[in-house]
Design a protein around this ligand. Structure first.
Ligand code: NAD
Length: 275
């Protein structure tokens, strides 16, 4: 492909895997992350295997930091052709303790137990900022390179909980719904200047963010983990590599008439009513 591809949050599990896969296709990869050492580790791995990559420190919530990162990318690899907005995640302060409110939850409350009424606005805000503003700002900075050029596109990372919210995580579900909605808005807005905008909606992938929620210390599944597997027709969690094929396609000329789509990669989770 020989494109310059910027991935945010690419020091992490999913986008680190995408960075390595895109490098194997002959692209120049800018690995952006808040954690510079994590970004460098992925870039080093790519370079050791004969690819071209740089690790760049960037905070997707700060325009100055992103402007800095853009300068580094432009100096090393030229204009950005493709942006993958991967930085995102949840926060415990935006999460309830129980899936359903029970009247007794309000009476016999134990220390640390969080009902809907205890949710902290700062936690909700953190999650909306990271996922939504953290998608919007890098797009403002890097899409300027793409206007009016051929073969440019943006790939956002939504979630299958954007279609139907998961219990306990209203902030994350709402924020990812905003990312899906923004993907459509941006696809329309950029349609006359040649920039396609699409999104992946991953299902459940075991990563550092959710491992403790879904598995016990001995590797067995928690009740929530079991429930997820039972609701996934394919009967398993996703592997980061499952995102690669769709990513390569959406970033390629093969998808040149595809814009504004949000593609579930979830083993059938979002299609299944459970009955
Ligand atoms: P991860 O925690 O491994 O990676 C996220 C990366 O984002 C981390 O390296 C972190 O340092 C970085 N980051 C956090 N805040 C940042 C900031 N302000 N600026 C720049 N970088 C920042 O998580 P992951 O599982 O690889 O998730 C990647 C994306 O996929 C996220 O948007 C996540 O919401 C989404 N997603 C994950 C799953 C899953 O099951 N793991 C499912 C659906 C969607």
């Amino acid at each position: 492909m020989n494109k310059t591809i910027v991935l945010t949050g690419a020091g992490g599990v999913l986008c680190g895997t995408l960075a390595k896969a895109l490098a194997k296709e002959g692209n120049k990869i800018a690995v952006l992350d808040l954690r510079k050492e994590a970004a460098d580790a992925i870039a080093d791995e790519i370079n050791r295997e004969g690819g071209k990559a740089i690790g760049v420190a960037a905070n997707v919530l700060e325009k100055d930091s992103l402007q800095h990162a853009k300068k580094e990318v432009n100096n090393a690899f030229g204009l950005c052709d493709i942006l993958i907005n991967g930085a995102g995640g949840n926060h415990p302060l935006g999460t309830t303790s129980n899936p359903f409110l029970q009247a007794e939850d309000l009476v016999n409350k134990t220390e640390g137990f969080k009902t809907f009424f205890d949710l902290d606005p700062s936690g909700i805000q953190f999650v909306f900022n990271l996922n939504f503003i953290g998608t919007l700002l890098p797009t403002q900075i890097f899409a300027e390179d793409m206007v009016g050029r051929k073969g440019c596109s943006i790939l956002n990372i939504s979630s299958m909980n954007a279609f139907t919210p998961l219990t306990k995580i209203p902030a994350y579900s709402g924020a990812k719904a905003a990312v899906s909605n923004f993907t459509q808005w941006l696809a329309v807005h950029f349609s006359k200047v040649g920039i396609r905008v699409n999104a992946l909606a991953p299902g459940f992938f075991l990563t550092d963010q959710n491992r403790a929620l879904l598995t016990n210390s001995d590797g067995s599944l928690t009740p929530r983990g079991i429930q997820i597997i039972e609701q996934t027709p394919m009967g398993k969690f996703g592997e980061p590599e499952h995102l690669v094929g769709t990513t390569l396609w959406l970033c390629s000329e093969g998808a040149s008439f595809v814009t504004g789509v949000v593609i579930p990669i979830d083993g059938g989770f979002s299609a299944y009513s459970g009955v």
